[in-house]
Write a protein that binds this ligand. Structure first.
Ligand code: NAP
Length: 285
């Protein structure tokens, strides 16, 4: 029996047990996957519990992705680049930190035949996930990145940091339709990283006309996976664009974490199909 956990605060709505439980079920590996509410400052107590109970590894969400770093014995290259950890493997009492978030997203694009290399990427939003994704895009050879966000200072802070680390041009604009439309005129991959359109969130895009100016081969991607098709994706589908929702990112980052726990490369496509079917059933998608 492999013992795993996810820690965070809040944690009750985490889908991690569904993702990792689904992967282990697909592999026919008995697994106990716990959701543990760990408040900010509670890492030492959780880590001693994890070591005592023989947990193989754990996933981390807010507010621990950065706070865990001083407790790690080693960090892989990706986690070092992002200064952020979403997966910890415990081996021989030592803690190994990894970050599979951004690679999970990139992998979900690859399954649709898209690559970030040489792409012009437009990102809507400048929250926690954009901090990691924009750096990944720049490292993976994006030609340029534009970030449109309601709070310009947050977009500018990420843009400056990504440009300083990679040299890739990163531009910022506000979240007005005009700003987004201007950015979309020269865009190969559009990423919605705001919660607009998400189940349980009452706010929606007020105007989706910016989609009409996208180059015809552009990919429209929404990090939201519930609902399955947001209004943004529905409209993009109607306009004939290729589209992708956030389920791929959610599942691939989980599969990559499980590869770390199990120390082997899995049959990702086959597992993806099984896990996505299960998640869609449970969420009624
Ligand atoms: P976050 O840190 O809370 O950032 C949210 C971003 O959305 C901020 O830039 C915020 O703008 C913007 N925003 C919020 N409400 C808005 C509104 N009414 N109008 C315009 N902009 C608004 O969130 P996050 O962790 O980066 O996550 C962003 C999205 O990605 C969420 O929908 C989340 O569910 C999704 N996500 C999906 C996966 C996956 O596996 N598929 C993984 C991670 C995240 P301000 O800066 O102005 O506040």
């Amino acid at each position: 029996m492999i013992k795993l956990a996810v820690i965070g605060d809040p944690i009750e709505h985490s889908l991690s047990p569904l993702v990792h439980g689904g992967v282990m079920e697909a592999l026919e590996i008995p697994c106990a996957y716990e959701k543990v509410q760990v408040k900010k400052g509670g890492l030492p107590e959780f880590l001693s519990y994890a070591k005592k109970t023989g947990i193989t590894g754990f996933n981390l969400t807010m507010p621990h992705k950065v706070d865990i770093i001083p407790y790690l014995d080693e960090m892989d290259a990706e986690a070092q680049v992002f200064d952020s950890v979403n997966t910890v493997k415990i081996k021989d009492g030592k803690l190994f930190g990894h970050n599979t978030d951004a690679l999970g997203y990139v992998m979900s694009l690859q399954t649709k035949g898209y690559t970030i290399q040489n792409s012009r990427v437009v990102i809507l939003g400048a929250g926690g996930v954009v901090r990691t994704l924009s750096l990944k895009f720049a490292k993976d050879g994006a030609k340029e990145i534009k970030i449109c966000n309601r709070t310009m200072e947050k977009a500018e802070e990420i843009a400056n940091s990504v440009h300083a680390k990679t040299g890739v041009p990163v531009f910022c604009d506000g979240f007005s339709v005009d700003g987004i439309t201007k950015a979309c005129r020269e865009c190969d991959v559009l990423v919605n990283a705001t919660p607009l359109g998400m189940h349980g969130v009452s706010r929606e895009f007020e105007d989706l006309s910016f989609l009409e100016v996208l180059p015809k081969d552009a990919l429209v991607s929404d990090l939201i996976y519930n609902p399955d098709r947001t209004k943004l994706l529905t409209k993009a589908d109607e306009l004939g664009f290729k589209t992708i929702n956030g389920l791929g990112m959610l599942i691939y980052q989980g599969i990559l974490a499980d590869e770390i726990y199990l120390e082997k490369v899995l049959n990702r496509e086959e597992i993806f199909e099984k896990v996505s079917t299960k998640i869609k059933q449970v969420l009624g998608l």
